[in-house]
Write a protein that binds this ligand. Structure first.
Ligand code: CMC
Length: 439
């Protein structure tokens, strides 16, 4: 894909000391304009300072659009609500990768090409054996996905579009297999091979829960719920893990190594690790009567406790993925007949109390996608340590689409931010016998 250089529409004037410079302002298809600061340092000697990238567009992209104020999320222009209701994960994966919804034939061919790559090299099994059984599956995933670079030498040349494409298919196809293996290893059960007649979500469930000793029937409610969760998590613009992948990829690192870096970034509780943290929090709260105490703690500036699964850097009205999942969550609990599960009851009550609380209303802290996905995963008996792994499985499609877009962009450069240095000024080396201990 070739990207068209943005057209200058406006200019912003910046004065600093005796210099005045004009900075081009660009507008994309939608969303706020951006100030082009590429010449800032050359012309003024200044860097920009934007910790947490609160005001920084790190790249241009055609993949995903978010309007945080209005609660809009589009994949290649299509609203997430429509995709979640009418599409399926393989179609969404095609859309993110190639830019348009597939025809029937294109979709069938795509599913075939994914299915061709669902197996992992048998020697990958040796990697699992090196991990402790109680290793967190995210730790295992960081390791084994990175290790794929040592198996697929024929898809490491990032200058070759065909190799980039095969790497993308391999990653999407192998993630469920690797994820299920991480789970099976943790419980000491034999690995289950993928079944290519199953859908992506069905296969994930089958490989996690079936055993060679008995036939296994996939619960259709689970499969539908997982497919929807996969769609909703497939991409999310330039979040922490995607930015990590772009930064790692900007140095020319291979795609398997880049995705491993993304998995590591996703693991944190402020990002994808939140779905696991939601369950940890619910268990800590323990019972409905303790909710007020924890709401109080979440508001206390001197207490590090936060309501996990609430708030978002970009969405300041509501998270449209959460709106879709909230409805699914209530339906699934109903369909599965487990509305009375105490942890799930606690979650729903916490949601009710927080949504009515002044602090959360004023700060625009709404339940995010991880709040509801955590509850749904719990209802599906998915072990808590696997929650973020499933997020990583879904997000691999977005990550690899973003990585491919970046590598194909002729304007692509190594990512190299600068800093505001606040350490010691220049000082001369002091021999050890002349040094005084500083307090
Ligand atoms: N509970 C209590 N207070 C909160 C919470 C929360 N979950 N989130 C934000 N706040 C408060 C925060 O203390 C701050 O208050 P003040 O203005 O008085 O200092 C204000 O709201 C703004 O918070 P922030 O940390 O400056 O906002 P941010 O944009 O840097 O952080 C966030 C966004 C998602 C990291 C944060 O809301 C959070 O930690 N939430 C809990 C973790 C979570 O659910 N993460 C999943 C995000 S969605 C999926 C994903 O990205 O993977």
């Amino acid at each position: 894909m070739t990207m068209v250089a943005p057209k200058t529409q406006h200019v912003a004037r910046l004065s600093y000391q005796d210099k005045t410079i004009d900075l081009p302002v660009y507008f994309g298809t939608d969303g706020p304009g951006v100030l082009d600061l590429q010449e800032l340092h050359k012309k003024t000697g200044l860097f920009t300072f934007d910790p947490g990238f609160m005001s920084t567009a790190s790249c241009k992209s055609e993949i995903t659009f978010i309007d945080g104020e209005k609660g809009i999320l589009l994949y290649r222009g299509y609203p997430i609500e429509q995709l979640a209701e009418k599409s399926d994960f393989m179609e969404v994966a095609y859309l993110l990768l190639y830019g348009d919804l597939p025809s029937k034939k294109q979709k069938d061919d795509f599913v075939l090409s994914i299915n061709k790559h669902t197996l992992v090299h048998e020697q990958v099994i040796s990697f699992y054996r090196g991990f402790r059984r109680d290793a967190h599956p995210m730790a295992v995933m960081v390791g084994v996905v990175g290790a794929l670079s040592s198996f697929y030498h024929d898809s490491l040349d990032i200058q070759d579009p065909a190799q980039r494409h095969i790497a993308a298919l391999r990653l999407i196809a192998k993630m469920p297999t690797l994820a299920a293996m991480a789970y099976k290893y943790s419980i000491g059960q034999p690995f289950v091979y993928p079944q290519n007649h199953l859908s992506y979500a069905q296969n994930m469930i089958y490989m996690m829960f079936s055993t060679p000793t008995a036939p296994y029937e996939i619960n259709p409610i689970w499969a539908k719920a997982l497919d929807r969760i996969l769609i909703l998590h497939a991409d999310h613009e330039q979040n922490a893990s995607t930015s990590t992948i772009r930064l790692a990829g900007s140095s020319g690192a291979n795609p398997f190594a880049c995705i491993a870096a993304g998995i590591a970034a996703l693991w944190g509780p402020a990002h994808g690790g939140a779905n696991e943290a939601v369950l940890g929090m619910l268990e800590e709260i323990g019972s409905i009567d303790r909710i007020p105490e924890f709401i109080q703690r979440a508001k206390d500036k001197n207490d590090p406790f936060r309501l996990m699964g609430f708030g978002h850097r970009v969405y300041k009205s509501y998270d449209p993925r959460a709106t879709v999942l909230r409805q699914s969550c209530h339906e699934i609990l109903e369909e599965l007949g487990i509305k009375d599960n105490p942890i799930l009851q606690l979650a729903l009550e916490l949601e009710r109390v927080a949504l009515a609380d002044e602090y959360f209303i004023e700060k625009k802290l709404y339940p995010n996608v991880d709040f509801y996905s955590g509850i749904i995963f719990k209802a599906m008996n998915i072990p808590v340590s696997m929650f973020t792994v499933l997020f990583a499985v879904a997000r691999t499609v977005g990550w690899i689409s973003q990585w491919k877009e970046m590598i194909a962009d002729p304007m692509q450069k190594i990512g190299r931010p600068r800093q505001l240095y606040v350490g010691k000024p220049y000082r001369d080396y002091i021999p050890i016998d002349k040094r005084q201990e500083e307090n």
